[in-house]
Design a protein around this ligand. Structure first.
Ligand SMILES: [Zn+2]
Ligand SMILES: [Zn+2]
Length: 328
């Protein structure tokens, strides 16, 4: 890797492994890892993401971002004896894909001494994703697998959070993920309604926070690599989020040419967001906060049920993007 200095700019001793272009600082491996952990701590305190007595649910898919988040939070949590961590993985029912990720998540939790729970679509919604595809449900609803998966994954995390009495959910969204989502909103003709990954309470919401929101994706990958975190590298076999892929590619190219652009975009967009309070009310079916009377997850559940000839059968077709889990 191309580095500017002969020694690490932080410790002045070790050989640098990474030059952070947007700051001009060259880091050795251990100073780099320390700087990432420090930035996550700063992010948490700057935005008040976590409290000293939180029960924190960490959503762990088994990918590099979520395993990195888990590792860093486990370290931070040691300094807060009244806080506790529980890791939750959602098994969507994609045979052969999720198994490997679940094993990596379980291994990591065991090593860190963090409780690990797995919730399945099958148990929560009556069928897994592969079954929904095989039985032609998605085709008849005109839905991509990622849409159903994203909506249900989000709901599954909320149900798990209630089940485990979590006071906050920590997700592994990185700087890149968040800026991508904002840009996608704008390209869709909507200005982002609320900042992503900042603590919003009220109306029975279990807040979702993103402690990696100021860490570029590239640095999360490097942290995982330098920390020897084994993670699942195979992309989901159903992935087809072409819109996000286009935005991701564009932003990554732009950032490499004009370093610091992602931070600038985040700052500019978030300073212009006016969060609308009280926009969420309890879903009439499940009670989860939603911007609609029936949340998107319940709506899809009843559509799937009625297609399969099971109980329930409410069908409403408008699509709300705010109930979708976005990225993993
Ligand atoms: Zn150093
Ligand atoms: Zn609902």
């Amino acid at each position: 890797m191309e580095t500017g200095s002969k020694v690490c700019d932080v410790c002045g001793e070790a050989q640098p492994v990474y030059r952070q272009v947007y700051s001009g600082v060259s880091f050795c491996a251990s100073c780099f890892k320390e700087s990432i952990e420090k930035r996550v701590r700063k992010t948490i305190s700057r935005y008040n993401l976590l409290r000293e007595d939180d029960r924190i649910l960490v959503a762990v898919s088994g990918g590099k971002d979520s395993l990195t988040l888990l590792k860093i939070l486990a370290r931070i949590e040691r300094d807060y004896p009244r806080a506790s961590l529980v890791a939750v993985s959602i098994d969507e029912g994609i045979p052969g894909y999720r198994d490997e990720a679940l094993r990596l998540a379980a291994d990591m939790c065991r090593r860190l001494g963090v409780e690990h729970r797995v919730y399945t679509f099958e148990d929560l919604f009556g069928l897994g994703l592969a079954e929904a595809m095989n039985r032609g449900v998605l085709g008849r609803l005109g839905l991509g697998a990622c849409t159903l998966c994203g909506v249900w994954r989000r709901k599954a995390i909320s149900l798990a959070a209630r089940d485990l009495k979590a006071t906050v959910v920590a997700t592994a969204h990185t700087l890149d993920d968040i800026v991508q989502t904002y840009i996608m909103d704008i390209l869709r003709g909507e200005f982002p309604k609320a900042p992503i990954g900042l603590r919003r309470e009220g109306n029975g919401i279990i807040p979702r926070v993103a402690p990696l929101r100021l860490i570029p994706e590239e640095e999360v990958v490097l942290y995982a690599y330098l920390s020897r975190i084994p993670f699942q590298e195979i992309p989901c076999p159903n992935a087809q989020n072409s819109q996000r892929d286009l935005v991701r590619t564009f932003l990554a190219q732009y950032e490499s040419r004009y370093p610091g652009s992602l931070f600038a975009a985040l700052k500019t967009i978030e300073s212009s967001i006016i969060p609308r309070e009280g926009a969420l009310t309890p879903c009439q079916l499940c009670g989860e906060p939603s911007s609609r009377t029936i949340c998107r997850a319940c709506e899809l559940e009843s559509q799937v049920s009625s297609l399969l000839g099971r109980e329930g059968g409410l069908v409403r077709a408008d699509i709300g993007v705010d109930d979708v889990e976005g990225v993993d």
